[in-house]
Write a protein that binds this ligand. Structure first.
Ligand SMILES: [Zn+2]
Length: 93
């Protein structure tokens, strides 16, 4: 039995070793049937992206993601929870 660390090291050595005799035996999987347009659509039915849900920050009233600290003022639940990097002369102009 190999220990887990030995197995991981052997796996890394195997993947980084470019032995030419191993590549000949490997083949790509070839699909048996062409995927119909309907099945392709079924698969892609979960791929649509949606607009992010935004809510108004209770402190600075900028829009922010719900259940996240505000990226504009760093507040969450009525108190400052993250330190913000100082903006460099953006408001001065
Ligand atoms: Zn805010």
């Amino acid at each position: 039995m190999h220990s887990s660390t030995e197995g991981a090291a052997a796996r890394i050595a195997r993947t980084t070793d470019p032995s030419p005799d191993r590549t000949e035996e490997q083949h790509m999987g070839v699909p048996k049937r062409r995927v119909s347009h309907a099945r392709q659509g079924d698969r892609r039915s979960h791929l649509a992206i949606s607009t992010p849900v935004l809510e108004e920050c209770s402190h600075c009233h900028e829009s922010k993601l719900p259940h996240r600290a505000c990226p504009n003022c760093g507040y969450y639940d009525g108190r400052q929870v993250i330190e913000l990097k100082q903006k460099t002369d953006e408001s001065a102009t």
